[in-house]
Design a protein around this ligand. Structure first.
Ligand code: ATP
Length: 244
């Protein structure tokens, strides 16, 4: 990837379910090494956007390019092979598998397999809780540990870019801090990041730029350096801080 080339370009993307387009022609981009947030109320299309980018659901109109290459003709598996990794909201872990087995299994593509030892070492250092529990079955993990393992699985796929869907959902403030530190460390390696979050404080603390989503459209783009704060963003949606 050249320095000037975006990691991700989404152009006028439409996607949805049955006859209904949830995404009404969304355009976003993620620059090289950039951390970008997607924020918006429940049910307005954030997960649908990630699902359409990674081809979990079909792209109906528009174009998605990853590292300059159109994804149109590729399957979801081929997109993973290219290194665009989507860590989904409901973490689908095999309940009876141990942490270590789960991480090793995730490195199934040829490229990921060749980096398996290095990436496993990185994940276990990044999440010492997982290292301590490496022989524990997934079904016995706490919500925070499951979330860490889901991100670990993403890292074992040898990502060139990560898309994280609400990694802090249901977590305590202390666990959110731990996760924020881990995400900060991952992106400090110049890993481009697209982060969907409901916790506006969390997302503002982590990203360089943020898109506000409303009814399947981008209604505003915010640069963190612009100094827009939590209250102003909540006002844009709800017209008053009391709705927080
Ligand atoms: N599999 C599906 N079949 C039909 N409709 C769906 C499906 N998945 C989502 N939807 C609908 O699409 C719309 C957007 O949902 P989506 O999950 O993308 O929202 P979201 O912004 O990610 O919300 P949340 O923060 O609650 O996850 C909602 O109206 C939802 O009910």
């Amino acid at each position: 990837m050249s320095d000037a080339e975006n990691a991700l370009d989404v152009v006028e993307l439409r996607a949805g379910y049955d006859a209904y387009d949830v995404l009404q022609g969304i355009s976003i981009h993620v620059g090289p090494g950039e951390r970008v947030g997607l924020f918006g109320p429940n049910g307005h299309g954030k997960t649908t956007l990630l699902n359409a980018i990674s081809k979990i659901i079909p792209q109906r109109r528009g174009e998605v390019r990853f590292l300059g290459e159109p994804l149109g003709g590729l399957s979801a598996k081929q997109i993973v092979e290219r290194g665009l990794i989507h860590v989904a909201q409901a973490n689908h872990l095999f309940p009876d598998m141990e942490i270590l087995e789960t991480l090793e299994l995730a490195a199934y593509t040829r490229r990921a397999h060749s980096q398996r030892a290095k990436n496993l070492d990185y994940v276990l250092k990044l999440f010492p809780r997982l290292a301590e529990r490496r022989r524990q079955q997934c079904k016995t993990l706490s919500g925070g540990e499951r979330q860490m393992l889901s991100i670990g699985v993403g890292l074992m796929c040898a990502p060139r870019m990560l898309m994280l869907d609400e990694p802090t959902l249901g977590l305590s403030p202390k666990l959110k801090d731990e996760l924020a530190a881990a995400i900060d460390e991952i992106s400090s390696q110049r890993m481009p990041l697209l982060l969907v979050e409901q916790d506006i404080t969390f997302v503002l603390s982590l990203v360089d730029r943020m898109y506000l989503v409303d009814h399947g459209e981008i209604i505003r783009e915010i640069d963190r350096r612009s100094g827009v704060d939590h209250d102003e963003i909540m006002d844009m949606y709800f017209g008053g801080h009391e709705a927080r």
